[in-house]
Write a protein that binds this ligand. Structure first.
Ligand code: COA
Length: 374
């Protein structure tokens, strides 16, 4: 019998809870306050635009009007997917493929069409950051068009990312209020300190791998239901519950079965996620406008039950689900949209990592067998 090495109790924490893995100046969570580069998320949601937020995340300051106008133009122009690239995208299977899996592949393919993919100079990295951010949105909508046998819609290069999301998804002029609300959602999702996908980005980037590879790592991490995949699961849960009356019993059964209620709980926020508060208000307004106010009522009931029974609060994914649903966005695009926004944060993390890089190489505490003779 091989000897078992003793496992010390509490020597290693599962999930690195409370571990500070790097210094960062991009976004910060202090109790229930989230800031990007020193500005609260409430201020940014009310006063900024996604494009201005992207500049802020990448440059650690607000843009001048000229800088903002240049970034908007660059993003607009780079949203276009070349006919040659679209032709290749059409060969990638879409049926029975999760949109995040498709997005992962498509992002990887983007590198093959980027002449600067291997150029790690600062200037090239900044240009690639613009291209990746611009194209993540059009990749998401191209996926939906391609899987439905529709032509890919060319973005309007003088319009915002939020406008072009709906324009390239539906091929119709979107309502200004819808664009404004979606822009706010993009701001809310742009960065979030050292979350799982940002950490994945930084780990890959720390080996001095390239930008596209680091973004592919991040998309892979975001895909999971414990991270970005939760928003899609929330709407599925609401549809499965079916009615206001069924909420209480459904949640009680889920908790009895030790199932997780999606969109609830957070590793860091114990006194509430400020993004969820903003999205809750938006969800109330938008579900009412869509004539499906019962979805908001059901959400608030689940929110109350989880507070009371488990002392757990909603996170960003909980109310964003009904917000996106009310905007008419297909359910399985909820997580890809998260990527279309968060790509800006991932890139900020990459740029920060490379400014002061050292490869991530932690240790594993050995708990396996020792001294075996073969
Ligand atoms: N529903 C039910 N119980 C939950 C829960 C949820 N959503 N989230 C946490 N819990 C419970 C766990 O079962 C566990 O209970 P126990 O101690 O009795 O076993 C306890 O709370 C701690 O949960 P744990 O999974 O260890 O917390 P974590 O910090 O590792 O995970 C999340 C944080 C966000 C991954 C977790 O809350 C979760 O899985 N939520 C649902 C998925 C989600 O919404 N993800 C999006 C995050 S932005």
């Amino acid at each position: 019998m091989a000897a078992q090495v003793e496992v010390y109790e509490g020597a290693l924490d599962r999930g690195l809870e409370g571990v500070v893995a790097c210094s960062t100046g991009i976004s910060s969570i202090q109790d229930a306050t989230l800031t990007y580069r020193g500005y609260t998320i409430e201020e940014l949601a009310a006063k900024s635009t996604f494009e201005e937020t992207v500049f802020l995340l990448w440059n650690d300051r607000r843009p001048t009007p000229e800088e903002l106008s240049t970034l908007k133009k660059e993003l607009g122009v780079n949203m276009t997917l070349s006919p040659e690239f679209v032709k290749v995208l059409k060969t990638v299977p879409t049926q029975n493929v999760h949109p995040m899996a498709w997005l992962r592949t498509a992002t990887s393919l983007l590198a093959h069409y980027d002449q600067e993919a291997q150029d790690m100079s600062d200037a090239a990295n900044k240009r690639k950051a613009v291209r990746l951010t611009a194209k993540m949105t059009t990749l998401v909508t191209a996926f939906d068009r391609i899987r439905n046998g529709k032509d890919v819609v060319a973005p309007k290069t003088d319009k915002s990312v939020a406008y072009n999301f709906f324009w390239t998804l539906n091929g119709e002029e979107p309502d200004a209020e819808l664009v404004k609300d979606f822009d706010t959602c993009l701001i809310l999702h742009a960065d979030h300190e050292l979350n799982c996908s940002a950490f994945a980005t930084r780990v890959t980037a720390s080996s001095l791998s390239d930008m596209h590879s680091s973004i592919v790592s991040a998309i892979s991490a975001l895909k999971g239901p414990l991270h970005g995949g939760a928003n899609e699961q929330v709407i599925k849960m609401l549809q499965d519950i079916g009615s206001i009356e069924a909420c209480k019993t459904w949640i009680a059964r889920a908790l009895d079965n030790k199932e997780k209620v999606m969109g609830i709980g957070h590793r860091v926020y114990k006194n509430g996620d400020p993004r969820a508060k903003i999205l809750r208000t938006m969800s109330e307004r938008l579900t009412k406008k869509k004539g499906e106010a019962h979805l908001y009522t059901m959400s608030t009931m689940i929110d109350d039950i989880m507070r009371e029974k488990k002392d757990l609060l909603p996170n960003v994914d909980f109310y964003s689900a009904t917000v996106y649903y009310s905007m008419g966005i297909p359910t399985d695009l909820f997580t890809p949209i998260f990527a279309a926004s968060r790509v800006s944060g991932w890139l900020a993390h990459m740029l920060e990592q490379w400014k002061n890089n050292r490869i991530y190489r932690p240790r594993g505490k050995w708990v396996g067998k020792t001294g075996l003779k073969f």
